[in-house]
Design a protein around this ligand. Structure first.
Ligand code: NAD
Ligand code: ZN
Length: 272
């Protein structure tokens, strides 16, 4: 397995170096090494609680005041509390840092992440689209304006008393930035993902079960326009069969090795 993985890493590094525009589609698996469980698979939140209903956004819009009341004041179930605590104390792992490195040496042009945990930014990545939002932010449903939660606390001092919170620009209702079940992806976010996918001739599919659309469609788009897929995941996924190379292993281990190999090929490794 180890030798086979090293061969896949070498082959993947060659493809990346030869590609014109490499992007990444990232999923919850990248943050497993930071102590945050996935949703699906062993230890996943949905595996324990069951898949949530599809009408989260509908329920929010039907009664945003009740939704916020519940969110701010109700007791949350212990599994969700555990999940939230895991995210709150998480730090970026070597997988996140490897992606920062790849961006710095201009090999990785953009990341589309499904993660909402903010760890890419904490690690230092800059060219990111958070397709499912960011848990540290709030967003207006009217104009898509975003605020950091702390900033919103500062500019709207009494928002917890007059629920639901309202936008200070268009007076639209404000919700968490994370995309709820049944909620459309904000248009400008989706457009960036589509544009980056069109530019790409190589996509790294990192730690995602590739089952949540539209994100799961991006690797297929790259493939159908003649590009290549490199998958990094310990498990088989629906993408595996179409991947040009599959690196089977946890990203906290295999991404740093991939970066070392890429740097060796392009001659940016101080040890060579
Ligand atoms: P998923 O839970 O559906 O799939 C996780 C994938 O990660 C699986 O394929 C699994 O094999 C793989 N994996 C497990 N350990 C790994 C490791 N150490 N290294 C690499 N891969 C590993 O997650 P998804 O595909 O991202 O999609 C589901 C949704 O879950 C997304 O919308 C995302 O918003 C949300 N989510 C986010 C976080 C987070 O922000 N950290 C955590 C849980 C879920
Ligand atoms: Zn607004």
């Amino acid at each position: 397995m180890e030798i086979q993985n090293q061969e896949s890493i070498s082959a993947a590094a060659k493809i990346i170096v030869q590609s014109r525009y490499t992007i990444a589609l990232v999923g919850a698996g990248l943050s497993v090494g930071s102590g945050i469980p996935t949703f699906r698979g062993a230890g996943g939140l949905w595996t324990k609680l069951g898949e949530p209903s599809n009408n989260g956004y509908e329920n929010f819009l039907a009664d945003p005041k009740a939704w916020w009341d519940q969110n701010l004041n109700a007791k949350i179930d212990p599994e969700r509390t555990k999940f939230r605590e895991a995210i709150e104390k998480a730090k970026p792992n070597p997988g996140h840092l490897a992606l920062v490195d790849l961006e710095k040496i201009c090999v990785l042009k953009h990341q589309i992440t499904q993660n909402i945990d903010n760890l890419h930014y904490v690690a230092g990545s800059k060219k990111i689209t958070e397709i499912h939002g960011n848990r540290t932010k709030l967003r207006c449903v009217g104009c898509d304006m975003r605020w950091h939660r702390d900033e919103f606390d500062r500019i709207t001092l009494d928002w917890k008393q007059t629920l639901p919170p309202k936008c200070n620009t268009c007076f639209g209702i404000v919700k968490p930035d994370t995309v709820m079940f049944g909620e459309p992806i904000p248009l400008s976010t989706l457009n960036t993902c589509v544009d980056e996918t069109r530019l790409s001739d190589c996509i790294l599919v990192i730690g995602t079960s590739a089952t949540v659309y539209p994100a799961a469609g991006f690797p297929r788009e790259v493939l159908s326009s003649g590009g290549k897929i490199i998958e990094i995941n310990p498990e088989e996924t629906p993408i595996s069969q179409t991947a040009t190379e599959s690196i089977k292993g946890p990203t906290e281990d295999s991404l740093p090795k991939l970066v070392t190999e890429i740097k060796r090929i392009i001659g940016d490794d101080p040890t060579t």
